[in-house]
Design a protein around this ligand. Structure first.
Ligand code: DOR
Length: 428
């Protein structure tokens, strides 16, 4: 299989190939990269003038729902959504049914994902058995089966002794511990951020301290006992300050933020539309600004989608009764390009670091390179493609997006992942 990409604006974080290049890809490998290259007979010749070619994007926080909840998403539809959204790699969270807390389930997911191979799927395994917070999972077995990190995402490890042990064991295995920061005693069943807006709307609320308390406690544990700690989907300005302070003190901490916490705030809950119900909840406008600032100044290391599919019938209930979560694989690039690139908040190189390089660094995975002989793993982004978010057009099985109806400028238009590739019909 020979693919010839012409006139691609290559964004290479290593700095080697920063500029306009032609690329010959033969059987999944970069055979030639230069300018201009001759056109040997090929299967696909694509003129990419005006498009960015970047190292394959990576989403470090995806819910694939398989095994157990395939009516929301399954591995095949999750992979299709990831490819359509421009991701060549994803890491799946373990809150499936059964929970990914045994080597068998890790192997099941990885084997199923390999059958497609279009997107490289990595599995994050549970910290505790059944994500119940009571007994540590068999971390060594899980790592040997291929788990890249540990998390009880969806619920935090609230027991401090358990968290200490988890930090110590995972660091022996050199794997990061990913915490969903939430003190459940404090959140109770609150479905929205506690703020003047949501109290006015009469929603059951949860206080922002629920996130910050766990984060602060974890940093104390990290300081005392070591480890490799990642706080996922941080959402408040205070959390940003806490992470920033820990980083200043040289602690091994990283964090990610989601597009919905960056660009949506809790005023939108006046609609009572449960598609906006996520955990942690949408916060205030000031929090959104603090998260954007965190991306600019390096406090936030990555952008992650927290793609959390739920079926229509689950979301079509009153707000307080609906499950938390919104999908994000197919809107992340559009939102980021519209709100961060075109508004000149971040450069494309900074975006590539947040959506490709850093997530892999955090998970200890190799970063795709553009060199001669390298395995081709790249994403194609059209920065000027204008589109409206129409959930019915998603490849995901679910439709629960908070960005429905948004007009975006910028879209992923294809990926190449070794011998597998996907070109969207947006690629013109
Ligand atoms: O909104 C969320 N949905 N937050 C989580 O932490 C879990 C996720 C899910 O699995 O649905």
């Amino acid at each position: 299989m020979k693919i010839f990409l012409k006139n691609a604006r290559v964004i290479d974080p290593s700095g080697t190939y920063d500029g306009m290049f032609d690329i010959h890809i033969v059987d999944g490998m970069i055979q030639e990269i230069g300018t201009p290259l001759g056109g040997n007979p090929v299967n696909y010749e694509i003129n990419l003038r005006g498009k960015f070619v970047v190292p394959g994007l990576f989403d470090m926080h995806t819910h694939l729902r398989e095994p157990g909840q395939e009516f929301k998403e399954d591995i095949a539809s999750g992979i299709a959504a990831a490819a359509n959204g421009g991701f060549t790699g994803i890491a799946a969270m373990p809150n499936t049914d059964p929970v990914v807390d045994s080597a068998d389930v890790v192997k099941y997911v990885l084997d199923r994902a390999r059958q497609s191979g279009l997107v490289s799927v990595h599995q994050i395994a549970a910290i505790t058995e059944g994500r119940k917070g009571e007994r540590l999972s068999e971390m060594k077995d899980l790592a040997e089966a291929g788990a890249v990190a540990f998390s009880d995402d969806g619920s935090a490890v609230t027991n401090s002794q358990m968290m200490r042990l988890a930090l110590e064991y995972s660091s022996m295995l050199n794997k990061p511990l990913i915490q969903h920061c939430e003190d459940r005693d404090l959140t109770k069943s609150g479905s929205a951020n506690e703020s003047p807006a949501t109290i006015k709307y009469g929603l059951k609320t949860q206080h922002r301290l629920a996130e910050e308390l766990i984060l602060i406690r974890d940093i104390k544990l990290l300081e005392a006992f070591g480890g490799k700690y990642h706080a996922t989907h941080i959402s408040t300005s205070q959390s940003v300050e806490v992470v920033s302070d820990a980083k200043r003190r040289g602690l091994p901490i990283t964090c990610d933020v989601t597009p919905h916490h960056l660009f949506l705030d809790d005023n939108i809950l006046s609609t009572y539309d449960s598609d906006y119900k996520v955990n942690p909840p949408l916060r205030t406008r000031e929090d959104c600004k603090a998260l954007i600032e965190a991306l600019k100044n390096g406090t936030a290391d990555a952008i992650a989608s927290d793609h959390a599919p739920h079926a229509l019938h689950e979301k079509e209930v009153e707000f307080d009764a609906a499950p938390f979560g919104m999908i994000g694989l197919e809107t992340t690039v559009g939102a980021v390009m519209t709100k961060l690139y075109h508004e000149k908040i971040l450069t494309i190189l900074e975006i590539v670091k947040l959506l490709s390089v850093n997530p892999r660094k955090i998970l200890g995975l190799p970063i795709p390179a553009f060199g001669l002989g390298a395995r081709a793993e790249l994403s194609i982004i059209d920065p000027n493609y204008e589109w409206t978010v129409e959930p019915d057009k998603f490849k995901s099985k679910s439709r629960n997006t908070g960005f429905k109806g948004w007009k975006f400028k910028g879209s992923a238009v294809g990926i190449i992942n070794g011998e597998k590739f996907y070109f969207s019909d947006r690629l013109k």
